[in-house]
Design a protein around this ligand. Structure first.
Ligand code: COA
Length: 377
């Protein structure tokens, strides 16, 4: 690449071949492991989707039972992790900080089983870490994982201490499958860049958590829920949107680096949320969210006529997770619970056909400075 070609944000730069997911930003299509996202998200369990990513095929019934049991065996974290999570909760650290600290210690006390074992361990312990942190923040004891429950149901169980409803499990499972993987987004690229140095998968997961935390990536659904609450209460979505745009702020839950049409995951999650709210939630709240989406898309088109700003995944993530009862401070960490599967599959894929990630920067600093001793400056 010549010195004149500058790709800020690596936009449009292809850096790897992947069989894990294909994002078509113009058509608004997402394929995960060969399936359109809508089909996989609504039919698979999280374990089936994870198996698909790791092994490149759906498991047989026997394989699935063994895979589920193996993941369940890896869910427990040791006292040292609980100590860190308790401390993070006591200091009011955000959930993503607690997850980063917990993830860093995730393979303490386990046999060094290699990359496959690290990958499974990371995916298995993320829900335990997030739920334990949350229980500590509530001043309550953590709830031990239950090996008879699937990955998704067990996460809800550890958050609340109760048996989750079928509607909640199905809603959350749809969410986890929908966002498990999404091309070379910032956190996935981070994970791949870490293992490209022949570093390990736990390091990749820890770095990816840090990358996902930012509001331009995984941090948007919390602010989206604030917006949904506000417009539900005021009944004035237009006033809300105009005030934000006039203040030069971005509307969370809209716009995407790759999609120029509505994010296909928004459609999947909107349907899932609608189904959930119809049977088990506050249907009025959901109706207000849909009305807000319509107004926001129209006003964003007026605001930026040259840039198509459509609904992204985070918009209905907020509505769905809120309906299910996932606490708002855990929205991004719950995204990480899902995305951990994609990170680990990408890290293994990178390792299997590795090339050190090492872009170049264009130097725009000074040249030819001459040294002045400190006492003369
Ligand atoms: N609300 C208002 N304006 C927005 C916007 C939004 N949600 N998203 C982009 N824009 C505007 C930008 O301000 C920019 O305007 P400018 O040219 O006058 O500076 C223009 O549209 C182009 O935006 P750009 O920053 O080039 O887009 P990007 O590809 O870097 O950004 C996002 C993609 C996702 C970071 C961006 O759309 C955003 O910040 N969205 C809100 C946060 C969010 O929902 N994140 C979750 C992503 S899944």
């Amino acid at each position: 690449m010549s010195d004149t070609e500058l790709n800020r944000g690596l936009e449009g730069v292809t850096v790897a071949e992947t069989r894990l997911s294909r994002v078509d930003g113009e058509a608004g299509e997402l394929v995960i492991g060969g399936f359109p996202v809508a089909e996989l998200a609504t039919r698979a369990s999280y374990e089936e989707t994870l198996h698909l990513l790791l092994e490149d095929r759906l498991p047989s019934a026997t394989e699935l039972a063994a895979f589920r049991a193996d993941l369940a065996d890896r869910r427990i974290v040791g006292d040292e992790v609980h100590a860190v999570l308790g401390r993070a909760a006591a200091e009011d650290r955000p959930a993503m900080d607690a997850l980063r600290m917990g993830a860093a210690a995730a393979n303490l006390g386990t046999d060094a089983g290699g990359d496959e074992a690290d990958a499974r361990r990371i995916v298995a312990v993320f829900p335990t870490i997030v739920a334990a942190y949350w229980r500590y923040r509530q001043g309550r004891e953590p709830v031990a994982p239950r090996s008879d429950l699937g990955h998704t149901a067990n996460y809800l169980h550890m958050l609340t201490g109760e048996q989750p409803s079928e509607a909640a499990v199905r809603g959350l499972e749809t969410y986890l499958n929908t966002v498990i993987d999404h091309g070379l987004n910032a956190s996935t690229f981070t994970a791949r860049a870490v293992v490209s140095t022949e570093s390990d998968l736990v390091s990749a997961a820890t770095a990816a958590v840090g990358s996902l935390k930012g509001p331009l990536h995984g941090g948007a659904p919390g602010p989206v829920l604030d917006a949904l609450r506000e417009v539900h209460e005021s009944g004035d979505p237009e006033g809300y949107v105009r005030a934000k745009l006039d203040a030069g702020e971005r509307l969370m839950g809209f716009g995407h680096r790759v999609y120029r049409v509505r994010d296909p995951r928004a459609a999947v999650l909107s349907t899932a949320a609608e189904r959930f709210y119809d049977t088990a939630g506050d249907a009025d709240f959901f109706a207000a969210a849909k009305a807000y989406e319509e107004v926001a898309v129209d006003l964003l088109a007026e605001h930026k006529p040259d840039r198509k700003l459509a609904t992204n995944v985070e918009f209905y993530t907020a509505a769905l997770l809120h309906g299910i009862g996932v606490p708002q401070p855990l929205f991004t960490a719950t995204f990480a619970v899902a995305r951990a599967g994609g990170w680990m599959a990408h890290a293994l894929e990178q390792k299997s056909n590795n090339r050190l990630v090492r872009p170049v920067g264009r130097y725009v600093g000074e040249t030819g400075r001459s040294w002045t001793p400190v006492d003369e400056r």
